[in-house]
Design a protein around this ligand. Structure first.
Ligand code: TRP
Length: 449
């Protein structure tokens, strides 16, 4: 048998896993759902979800993946020795389509902005016109579909390169640049006049604004942002060498992801308030808020181009991690060549992306459960499939896998110390499943507090 491809270095793993976690979720979604849910109080609930549930589930996923050395469906089959657990892997594969199809559309908007920024036309659009430009872009037919196509083609090209020469190589180049740009923009934003109101909005909790749906959104977003609940980290875990320290890796990736989300919030909210915009304006937040900020700074056009390029890059290091889940499964399960599998899966995703994009324009009258395709795929993944997957992953590691096997895997056969193992097992067995179940029941109206 051919040797299985895998990550080549510790830095490579961190770049790839953090690259998966850090994406549109941090820079596009986190600020707008924080805005919609009233700011600071939502942030606190979100941080609790990350610290308590997020890090734990990430370690569970790494453990499953590295133990089994397989894609999620194969991993559940192998580790459960029969039983229907592979269905969790299957739901992950379906979830991958659901996320990737709307994610590619949003990444496409970013690329459409990049192309306008490069030609210099974006920087000329005033604060009063940018909302119209964005609304026009996302509801039109040809342009967003074209850019979603570009996103999927780029994603497929990296995936065809493999793990070490594709995913790892590009993540290592792209992630550091993203960080530097965020720092520069953060400094610009907090020095705008009136910036302190934005920081207050983000950091001063007003619990009266927090709703039950807000709590569910916080949990769902914790999963989304850390790329948990659908097998991405199981897949990446299967490429991690047996020498690496899984608990410390899960912690580092979670911290990096959270810091970047906070940084994005610190870039965006001061700017929102400085320009008198609405923090709760929804999915358009970064697309209409940031351009006026760039207009107000020297070399704004250059920064604007770089910034949207980098969001595009952050999106790509995430789209590859989503596509990889399905590609790994199809290659291993059906013995298909990587290239063929990639093209096939990207093409299917593109079809769904077209539906998502059209649902914001020409097809806006077509709804299922009152939602268009775009919102449907978003809600289905963040509110149901990811938390549900996370719940089952925790139960699997806590109750189905043998405790000795879990201990063996997270300590590399006793080679490394993991002092918090008992705490980890407690959260995995009881706390995480109970918390997720409560939030679920609450949001479905089965439970009233
Ligand atoms: N975490 C990424 C983001 O924040 C998106 C993502 C990549 C993802 N892989 C995933 C979300 C797997 C859920 C599951 O943008």
């Amino acid at each position: 048998m051919e040797k299985r491809d895998g990550f080549g270095s510790k830095l490579g793993i961190l770049a790839a896993a953090a690259g998966s976690a850090i994406g549109l979720g941090n820079i596009w979604k986190f600020p707008y759902i924080t805005g919609v849910n009233g700011g600071g109080a939502f942030l606190i609930v979100y941080l609790i979800c990350i610290a308590l549930v997020g890090v734990t589930i990430m370690l569970c996923e790494f453990t499953i993946g590295r133990r089994a050395q397989m894609n999620p469906i194969g991993a559940f089959k192998k580790l459960s020795k029969g039983g229907p657990w592979w269905i969790v892997g299957l739901s992950g594969v379906l979830c991958a389509f659901s996320i990737l199809s709307f994610y590619a559309v949003v990444a496409g908007w970013v690329f459409a902005y990049v192309s306008r920024a490069i030609t210099g036309s974006l920087i000329k659009v005033g604060a009063d016109q940018i909302g119209g430009l964005f609304g026009g872009l996302i509801s039109s037919t040809g342009e967003p579909i074209f850019w979603a196509f570009v996103v999927l083609v780029l994603t497929a090209l990296i995936i065809v390169g493999g793990i070490q020469k594709g995913i790892e190589k590009y993540s290592k180049i792209l992630m550091p640049i993203l960080l530097v740009l965020l720092v520069i923009l953060m400094i610009r934003s907090v020095t705008l006049p009136g910036a302190s109101k934005g920081l207050e909005f983000l950091f001063k909790p007003d619990f009266s604004k927090l709703t039950p749906t807000g709590v569910l959104e916080a949990l769902g977003h914790a999963f989304f942002s850390l790329s948990l609940g659908m097998g991405t980290m199981i897949t990446y875990g299967s490429y991690i060498s047996k020498k690496e320290n899984l608990p410390s890796m899960a912690l580092q990736v979670s911290i990096a992801d959270t810091v970047i989300a906070l940084m994005a919030g610190i870039v965006i909210f001061p700017a929102v308030f400085a320009f008198g915009l609405e923090p709760g304006s929804g999915p358009g937040l970064i697309f209409v808020t940031l351009p006026p900020v760039f207009q107000s700074m020297p070399l704004g056009g250059v920064f604007e181009t770089l910034f949207f390029t980098l969001i595009g890059i952050a999106a790509l290091t995430s789209t590859i991690s989503i596509l990889e889940v399905v590609v790994a499964f199809v290659c291993e399960n059906y013995n298909m060549a990587r290239k063929k599998a990639t093209i096939m899966i990207a093409a299917i995703t593109f079809f769904f992306s077209v539906l998502c994009s059209l649902s914001l324009g020409t097809m806006s009258d077509f709804t299922i459960f009152g939602l268009g395709f775009f919102d449907l795929f978003d809600a289905l993944s963040s509110k149901i499939l990811l938390p549900g997957g996370g719940l089952l992953i925790a139960i699997f590691v806590g109750w189905v896998m043998k405790k000795e096997d879990v201990l063996d895997e997270v300590t590399n056969g006793g080679e490394i110390e993991f002092g918090l193992f008992n705490a980890f097992m407690f959260v995995t067995k009881y706390l995480a499943p109970i918390l997720i179940a409560i939030v679920f029941a609450y949001s479905l109206g089965l439970l009233k507090l």
